[in-house]
Design a protein around this ligand. Structure first.
Ligand code: NAG
Ligand code: NAG
Ligand code: NAG
Length: 613
């Protein structure tokens, strides 16, 4: 603004400034129009009778007002409504008739308007809110996108609207919302939330740990519910260090610590409850601190001891991940309190590391010799392979007779349970979600087959070995049976014992006990059929029927609707479904040579996903 242009005096056009701008703008979207802004500021102290006054015409549209710029004060003129963009953009500034001085122009800006109608809420928030809405059957005006358009944002939500980014949910007020059931874990997916008010509902069950992991949560109000169990230590800790305001009065059965003392809770006045926080929070914080010290000390000691690991009869196994003692596992799993499921060689427990990372701890049952061998295969393999669609190893424990693997926790469980609706949240997977899960697990398998040298055959591909994280991203797990084989001297792995899971065995494996990558492709074909039909690998009809047979029989009648999982309520592209069926049946061909590779399978699934977008 410190400089301006003005016409040369004496010229034929000494009273006019013309700016013509070639606007070869490249636009991906049709443009609703353009807006220009003109800036002027007087840079001279005008003497006596001198007058500077002018009118501005932007693209043929004259402004009504004549402008007298003030000394060193910026003034702006702009078109209020966007007007159609032309390829040449003209600004004309003409002196008024009684002006003694020529016009000036200090600066101008030119904007094209871009529609923000397509900018929906951050996708993670949308899926979380979708699950929350379904779980609590929220009525209100909860339809369409949660935050957009702003005018129709869902009641009870506050969103942040950055100019160049998707809106995100920052506050949720579901107070007096008539909510019942437990607190959905999906609240834990709302990563930008500051304020969560669930007060005065009928919420039952315990407070999920995931709430403690919300990085920006400032207020959590659970007042006036029927919550039970204890308050997660991580939440109490945040409440105590002042980073979180936690309210939980009037929950008669909620306990403040692990040893549930009902008398304190039910005698509940406000005063008692807030005292409870102090009494309980202090000991827990102390435990946490000592815990950290113990961990640090034991790590120190172990480092000094050096490479004694794995030298007791199991070959020279080297594991590069973090190593835990059995004692540490007890802390992590809260004394093996919550069983997540039963793995191939023992139970899997829920746990939290000191830094709040949610993990699953797979303990090898001490009785099984086989288990130990498979455990070591899995541990060794996992330290070598890393892919976003393979479950990753956080660490392991090899402490005397105790063997355990510590994995990242996959909060949405496995695909088998999801497809069968065994998940208590019972939100059925949409076709798009199914395709995505199929694609991601196929990518995990492709990596095993192609990216590793020597390549791996998983040998136990099935829906219950495909795990889902909070964002429903799929990761292949359970590498206990996996075998590496070398392409150069051997094209298959021969094993003496039938391993794997009935229903998923490739026919040649059952006949000859020989395995190739194509055996995994067969199993994956079965997975694809389950994804489409929702049935399990072996259907319990009048007599047990394999899913391949069952599908072929039904498709022979030309009736795809009968085959597709009815819970998708017809919400899919039929061509895509046929395509996946076709791939699945090719994968399950009797002759391994006829089956596609995982790379080919991935291409097909990607094409189906494009049909859905
Ligand atoms: C702008 O000026 C150019 C050349 O001076 C002319 O060809 C064009 O028609 C003008 N555009 C408008 C919208 O007046
Ligand atoms: C110049 O003339 C316009 C009308 O053309 C008038 O509105 C304005 O007040 C005049 N300015 C001065 C400084 O006399
Ligand atoms: C939350 O919602 C309840 C019920 O609709 C309302 O009474 C309360 O004022 C809201 N709280 C805030 C902070 O807006």
């Amino acid at each position: 603004m410190e400089t301006a242009i003005t016409p040369l005096s004496g010229g034929s056009k000494s009273n006019t400034i013309e700016v013509s701008l070639a606007t070869d703008l490249e636009h991906r979207y049709p443009m609703p129009g353009c807006i220009a802004i003109v800036y002027v500021a007087e840079l001279q102290i005008l003497s006596g009778n001198a007058v500077r006054q002018f009118g501005v015409t932007i693209d043929g549209l004259p402004s009504k007002l004549l402008n007298i710029p003030d000394y060193l004060i910026t003034d702006t003129m702009y078109s209020r409504e966007p007007h159609p963009c032309s390829s040449n953009y003209n600004i004309t500034i003409t002196a008024a008739s009684n002006s003694t001085l020529p016009p000036i122009l200090n600066a101008f800006e030119y904007f094209s308007v871009v529609s923000t109608a397509n900018l929906g809420t951050v996708i993670n928030d949308v899926s979380a809110m979708g699950a929350i809405k379904a779980k609590y059957q929220v009525k209100k005006n909860w339809m369409g996108d949660p935050c957009a358009p702003k005018k129709f944002a869902w009641d009870g939500l506050t969103c942040s609207y950055a100019i160049s980014d998707h809106p995100g949910i920052t506050d949720i007020n579901m107070s007096y919302g008539g909510l019942s059931g437990d607190i959905s874990n999906h609240f834990g997916d709302l990563k930008d939330i500051h304020y969560l008010d669930l007060s005065y509902n009928n919420l039952t069950g315990s407070i999920p740990n995931v709430l403690a992991q919300l990085p920006t949560l400032l207020v959590l109000d659970l007042t006036g519910n029927q919550l039970t169990g204890s308050i997660p230590a991580a939440l109490l800790k945040r409440s105590q260090d002042g980073s979180l305001t936690l309210r939980y009065d009037n929950n008669p059965n909620l306990c403040g610590n692990n040893t549930c003392d009902r008398s304190i809770g039910s005698a509940a006045g406000k005063k008692n409850s807030s005292m409870l926080v102090v009494y309980i929070a202090v000991p827990i914080a102390t435990i946490v601190v000592t815990g950290v010290l113990i961990v640090l000390l034991s790590f120190r000691v172990r480092k000094k001891k050096g490479p004694t690991r794995g030298s007791n009869g199991h070959g020279h196994q080297r594991l590069d991940n973090r190593r835990f003692t059995y004692k540490e596992l007890e802390v992590i799993t809260d004394n093996f309190k919550i069983v997540l499921g039963q793995g191939g060689f023992g139970p899997v427990y829920d746990g939290f590391l000191q830094d709040g990372i949610h993990v699953a701890v797979k303990l090898v049952s001490q009785s099984s010799k086989q288990g130990i061998r498979e455990f070591l295969t899995e541990a060794q393999t996992l330290t070598k392979i890393h892919h976003k669609n393979l479950v990753s190893l956080v660490g392991y424990c090899k402490d005397g007779k105790y063997l355990a693997l510590v994995y990242e926790h996959m909060s949405e469980g496995n695909l088998d349970d999801k497809l069968r609706g065994r998940d208590c949240n019972a939100v059925f997977l949409t076709w798009r979600q199914r395709l995505r899960i199929a694609l991601e697990s196929a990518q995990g398998l492709e990596y095993l087959h192609k990216a590793c040298s020597p390549p791996f055959v998983h040998r136990d591909v099935k829906t219950s070995n495909i795990l889902l994280n909070a964002n429903l991203e799929a990761k292949v797990s359970d590498f206990g049976l996996m075998k590496a084989f070398n392409h150069d001297d051997d094209t298959h792995v021969s094993t003496d014992r039938m391993i794997g899971t009935p229903g998923y065995f490739a026919p040649e494996y059952a006949r000859t006990r020989q395995l190739t990558e194509k055996s995994d492709v067969y199993s994956f074909g079965v997975v694809l059929l389950e994804v489409v039909t929702g049935h399990s690998a072996v259907l319990q009809c009048i007599e047990p029927t394999h899913i391949v047979q069952w599908t072929q029989q039904h498709l022979a009648e030309g009736n795809i609707e009968q085959v597709v999982d009815a819970r998708m309520q017809g919400d899919y592209n039929v061509n895509g479904v046929w395509k996946i069926m076709d791939v699945a049946l090719k994968c399950t061909a009797q002759d391994p040579a006829q089956r596609p590779t995982m790379t080919e399978v991935i291409t097909q699934i990607q094409e189906c996903l494009e049909l859905e977008s």
